[in-house]
Design a protein around this ligand. Structure first.
Ligand SMILES: Cc1cc2nc3c(=O)[nH]c(=O)nc-3n(C[C@H](O)[C@H](O)[C@H](O)COP(=O)(O)O)c2cc1C
Length: 365
């Protein structure tokens, strides 16, 4: 793991970030009027508040086609690299990731954009490499099925070119996907270190990619059980066999209110009574997940709550307890989504962060 980078190296054993404030609705397909509007003013204010609260990172989503519905869910999107540069300029300590689709941006161009952002943020840029999953988004860019090969194969070359661009002067590269002459680029990333790199994946191939190439794996979770603990331990053991340390973070959504009852009532209000069901069904269609008829209602409700993220609902003690359980299972951090990040962060900051500090998961601010 890259140890010279400011906020991801906070020393907190459980890291926290926000995901994804750059898209309309965030991860919540709901019609409630307070749903997230990703204006620049909202993003800049949220970034400053997250920075001041000592959170470690901000993680955007790279989305090119939304999910429709009454709210046009995730249809308005700040492009991630441009967004990251601007957020880095507006903050001081927090790490700002950019989510980049491997096949959509040439590695020399992407590498230079990232080095530029890293200079702006004085060493706080982070890359979230994704291979993507939506054929319609790839069609929009005229990209086919990669000759039937895994996009992770392309990703290995893509990241190799970028890492070399960040470290070397003038080199040639001859691979299966990229054949490049006289590659050069300045500035290099800030200082003598390279940006933190994560990839967001669930498949075995995606996890393998993280073990070999990344500082962190971000993943989703359906149920927290003993299998989770075993899988994370196995993942970390395989990384250590390659003399690598790779952190594992989960994406979750939070509804935190003074009492459990209030939290559950608010969850019911936005995710049942006022869900954007057309958008929910479009997410389901696009995912192509086969769901048994008797589980369909529960799965749709799960998507309505947080578009598939792991749910954390309760009073501050319960929310802190959920996060502690994730930590005990081996997770090194969580990327959190809310209905409205700006409305919901202050209560979390004031009520949940001190409880995590008391549990030793985070240092006293
Ligand atoms: C935490 C997380 C964040 C993701 N963010 C994005 C994103 O912003 N844009 C996107 O197209 N895919 C995103 N993905 C999906 C990944 O790109 C990847 O295609 C998907 O997880 C399938 O990869 P896999 O087959 O290795 O699991 C995300 C996945 C996870 C787990």
């Amino acid at each position: 793991m890259n140890h010279s980078r400011l906020s991801v190296d906070s020393g907190n054993s459980f890291k926290l970030g926000l995901f994804p404030p750059n898209v309309s609705g965030g991860m919540t397909p709901t019609t409630v009027p307070e749903r997230w509007q990703p204006t620049w003013d909202n993003n800049a204010e949220l970034a400053r508040q997250a920075d001041a609260a000592g959170l470690e990172f901000l993680l955007p989503a790279a989305r090119w086609i939304g999910f429709g519905g009454a709210t046009d869910f995730q249809e308005t999107v700040f492009e991630c690299l441009t967004w990251a540069s601007a957020v880095l300029a507006a903050t001081e300590r927090i790490t700002v990731f950019s989510t980049v689709h491997v096949p959509l941006v040439h590695p020399v161009f992407a590498g230079m954009q990232m080095a530029t952002a890293d200079q702006v943020g004085r060493g706080r840029f982070g890359l979230n490499l994704v291979c993507g999953w939506r054929p319609d988004e790839f069609q929009m860019f005229g990209i086919g099925n990669n000759g039937g090969r895994s996009l992770y194969d392309m990703g290995e070359e893509w990241l190799t070119v970028i890492r070399r661009l960040w470290a070397e002067e003038k080199f040639d590269f001859d691979g299966d996907y990229f054949s490049l002459k006289g590659v050069n680029g300045r500035p290099k990333p800030y200082g003598d270190s390279q940006p933190v790199v994560m990839n967001a994946a669930q498949s075995p191939r995606g996890r393998e990619f993280a073990i070999r190439n990344c500082d962190f794996l971000f993943t989703t979770l359906f149920d927290l059980d003993d299998r989770t603990r075993t899988e994370i331990a196995d993942f970390k053991r395989r990384a250590s066999q390659l003399s690598r340390t790779v952190g594992v973070c989960v994406c979750a959504y939070v509804v935190c209110r003074p009492t459990q009852r209030e939290a559950e009532e608010y969850h019911h209000y936005y995710a049942q009574q006022n869900a954007d069901w057309v958008a929910v069904d479009e997410i389901l269609n696009t995912m192509g997940t086969k769901v048994e008829p008797d589980r369909l209602d529960a799965f749709r409700s799960h998507l309505a709550g947080g578009a598939g993220l792991y749910p954390i609902i309760g009073d501050p003690d319960q929310v802190a307890g959920h996060l502690a359980s994730l930590h005990e299972s081996g997770f090194d951090g969580a990327a959190l989504g809310w209905v409205n990040y700006l409305d919901d962060l202050p209560f979390f900051r004031d009520e949940v962060l001190p409880r995590l500090e008391a549990r030793g998961m985070r240092k006293q601010r």
